[in-house]
Every structure is written in structure tokens, then in C-alpha cells.
Design a protein around this ligand. Structure first.
Ligand SMILES: [Zn+2]
Ligand SMILES: [Zn+2]
Length: 418
């Protein structure tokens, strides 16, 4: 005998069902509502792209490109990659379709699955979901703040309000090189840096700032904010004054650099502030050179992405989903097998009417070739609130029996009165 091994979901992936599936849909719905109100349009891109797109945009020295991308060759030998994030593909699509990305129409949002080959751990998957928005053509700090507000409003719409906003500025092409130089000098004076840090030191010293292993060794690090040029400094000050004006609290976090190479000026993270949580729920920033880098017009841009699984976890913890009741369940039963067709078409008609009138109920049944006893047992099992029974003598008079499953009482009702 050959043994049949059961296939399992690949490591690092997860199936979404029950309350989580409901939560995921609700989150996407809320996102669409909020994004539309700010004038953002939806865009959907393929889940795989030419791998060179991500190498050019995210950067060769980023963790993602170095070790986390799912890269494969198709049957014709094309080098493809499952998308590790949403922005690069979105920009690629905008350029390809010559979409207008000038202010104020350059506003787009997306949602969908992303892929990164990481060690699976709590809240981290190899296939995960993100929702994001990108604002093109506006270099004003107000656009940065609009994106931050959007991200926070979306979290709040799901009951996630215990959050902390961290912001930083990464400077521009003019001021960042001086800072990089100072950083390289500083890190070169340090002993025993980890393997990753040593490697990154040459390519991108900024990345050492968020090293989890060496962070304790880094004291009196040169502060990027002190190296900002006049323009960048003004910009960052305006971001802060606008945040204050709309009553948003924030924390300046000099070590916030984000993992991607394309960020310029404002970067931010929204952390969960709930007890026992250290999750980054949403993050983003400005990336003024990316569009040009990928072959488009010189276009400023700012955006964010949110990790759906993490946000869902926080929303569940805060009890947000308990306010949603599942719809009333109505079961259609037959006391006589010859009425199956009548009952069946009634069930379909009812369900369609419900859709049209937007009434919140679910229709179950009828079940063919089963006793009424069996059908009523099933109605109880699914916790139906009422069962509509098609029986011969009543049906001949245009009536059905409606049984209240809680009180166990039943009444004859004209079908036309239902
Ligand atoms: Zn600058
Ligand atoms: Zn390190």
C-alpha cells in the first residue's frame, strides 16, 4: 500500500477564514471608503513583475532584494519576482499607461498580497496582505501629512486607536551624502560590528541605524536632522507644524530609516501602543526620485502601506468585531418531497429580494430527499431563527408554515404575505 501524505499550506503562509476573513474584507471596504473621500483611485497590478523592477527601485543593498525575494524563471527563461511590496509595481504601471500623476489627480491606492522569504514568526508571513496609498505630483509637506492622516484614519476606522506616530527626515540628494560620510566615519570607529552591518557599511551606512544586533553599541550617533539642508529642514518643520495643527501627536525618531532605498525626506511609522505589542502597523514616506528612476517624468511622491494581518490582530484584540452581528438565518424546509421545486425557487427569489432591499439575512435549504425531522434538526444546528415549511395541504391554499425556532411556535402564513 502506498501511503498518502496530506498536502499542507507552504511554510510561512496562512489560510484566512471565519472572523479573520470577515475582518480582512471589512478592512478593505473601510480603506476604499476613506481613500475615495480623499480622492484616491484604485489600481491593481499583477502579483509578479520582472525582477529587475524591484532591484532598481527597492535597491540592491536592501534586505528585500538581497535575501527575501521570491525570484523564479518562467518557461521562456524570463526572470520574474513575486512582488515584495506595492509601490514599485504601481509606479511601473503609471509610467506604462501614461496615467496622469500630476497633482491633484495623482492619487492611487492598492490592496493585495505581497511575498517575502523571511523566517516566519509571530505576525510575519511569507505571503501577507498590504493596503497602501500613493500621492504623486505634490512635493508639499501637506501631502506627507495627508498620507499620515489617511493611514491613521484607516487604523481608527477599525478600532485601532492606541497608536504612536514616529517621524524622521532622511534628507535629500544634497544633504544626505554629508550625513552618510559622517555616519561611515562613526561606524568605522566601532569594533565588532555584525556581519550584516559590515556588509552594509560600504553600500548604505543608513541601514546600520536600525540594526537589531548592534543598536546598543551605537551611542552618540551623528544625528541626521543636524545635517539637513535648509530646504529639508523647512520641510520637516512644516510637517511637524501641520501635524500639531490637526492635533496629531508624534515622536521624532532619529533612527527611523525604513528598509527601502528610495525614501527621501519624510519617513514615518505608526506603532501599536497597546500593551504587549511592539508592532509597526503602517509605515511610509516620501520618495521623490523613484518615478524618474524607473523611467518616468521627474515626479515627487509620498505614500504608505499597512500590514493587514497585524492591523487585524490589533483590531480583534480591541474587540472591534464584536459589534458586528451575523445575519438572521432563515431555513426553508419541505414536509412533502413533491414541493421541493416550489421551495427551491422560493428560496432563490427570497435571497434575490434580500439583495435588492439590502435586508440582512441568509437563506438555507431546502434539502432534498430528507425527512422533515432531519431538516428541522439541521435548522437548529445552524441556529436559524425561523423555518419556513412547505407542506401539501397548506400550500394548496397558498400558505406555508412559519416556525419560530426559539419559541417553537408555528403559524400558517400566506406566501404573498411573507
Ligand atoms: Zn536636503
Ligand atoms: Zn549590525
Amino acid at each position: 500500500m502506498t501511503s498518502r501524505k496530506k498536502c499542507k499550506a507552504p511554510r510561512g503562509t496562512h489560510d484566512i477564514f471565519g472572523m479573520k476573513a470577515f475582518g480582512m474584507s471589512l478592512m478593505e471596504l473601510k480603506a476604499k471608503e476613506i481613500f475615495r473621500r480623499f480622492g484616491f483611485e484604485e489600481i491593481r497590478t499583477p502579483i509578479f513583475e520582472e525582477s529587475c523592477l524591484f532591484m532598481r527601485s527597492i535597491g540592491q543593498s536592501s534586505d528585500i532584494v538581497e535575501k527575501e525575494m521570491y525570484i523564479f524563471e518562467d518557461r521562456k527563461g524570463r526572470k520574474l519576482a513575486l512582488r515584495p511590496e506595492g509601490t514599485a509595481a504601481l509606479v511601473r504601471a503609471l509610467i506604462e499607461h501614461k496615467l496622469d500623476i500630476s497633482n491633484p489627480s495623482g492619487k492611487f491606492f492598492y490592496s493585495g498580497e505581497m511575498f517575502r522569504y523571511e523566517r516566519p514568526q509571530f505576525g510575519r508571513y511569507r505571503q501577507f496582505y498590504q493596503i497602501g496609498a500613493e500621492f504623486f505630483g505634490n512635493s508639499s509637506p501637506a501631502a506627507d501629512v495627508e498620507i499620515i492622516v489617511l493611514a491613521q484614519d484607516l487604523l481608527a476606522s477599525l478600532g485601532v486607536t492606541e497608536v504612536k506616530l514616529h517621524i524622521n527626515s532622511l534628507g535629500c540628494q544634497n544633504c544626505r551624502p554629508t550625513f552618510k560620510y559622517a555616519l561611515t566615519k562613526y561606524f568605522n570607529s566601532k569594533q565588532d560590528l555584525c556581519k550584516d552591518c559590515l556588509r552594509r557599511l560600504e553600500k548604505n551606512p543608513l541601514r546600520l541605524l536600525d540594526c537589531k544586533i548592534d543598536s546598543d553599541k551605537f551611542i552618540k550617533i551623528p544625528q541626521l536632522l543636524k545635517f539637513l539642508c535648509k530646504d529639508c529642514e523647512d520641510n520637516f518643520n512644516t510637517v511637524q507644524s501641520l501635524l500639531k495643527r490637526i492635533g496629531k501627536n508624534y515622536k521624532i525618531d532619529g533612527r527611523l530609516v525604513r528598509g527601502l532605498d528610495y525614501y527621501t525626506r519624510t519617513v514615518f511609522e505608526i506603532h501599536s501602543n497597546a500593551i504587549g505589542s511592539r508592532n509597526v502597523l503602517a509605515a511610509g514616506g516620501r520618495y521623490d526620485s523613484l518615478v524618474k528612476e524607473l523611467g518616468g517624468q521627474d515626479t515627487p511622491a509620498v505614500g504608505f502601506a499597512l500590514g493587514s494581518e497585524r492591523v487585524l490582530f490589533e483590531a480583534e484584540k480591541s474587540g472591534f468585531f464584536s459589534i458586528f452581528k451575523s445575519p438572521e438565518k432563515i431555513f426553508i424546509a419541505i414536509a412533502d418531497q413533491t414541493l421541493f421545486g416550489e421551495a427551491f425557487s422560493f428560496a432563490i427569489k427570497r435571497a434575490r429580494e434580500g439583495l435588492k432591499n439590502n435586508t440582512d439575512f441568509s437563506i438555507y435549504g431546502p434539502i432534498n430527499r430528507k425527512s422533515l425531522r432531519f431538516q428541522l434538526k439541521f435548522a437548529n444546528k445552524i441556529k436559524a431563527s425561523k423555518t419556513i415549511i412547505f407542506a401539501k395541504s397548506e400550500f394548496e391554499n397558498g400558505k406555508v408554515l412559519v416556525k419560530n425556532m426559539k419559541t417553537k411556535t408555528q403559524a400558517e402564513i400566506l406566501i404573498t404575505d411573507l
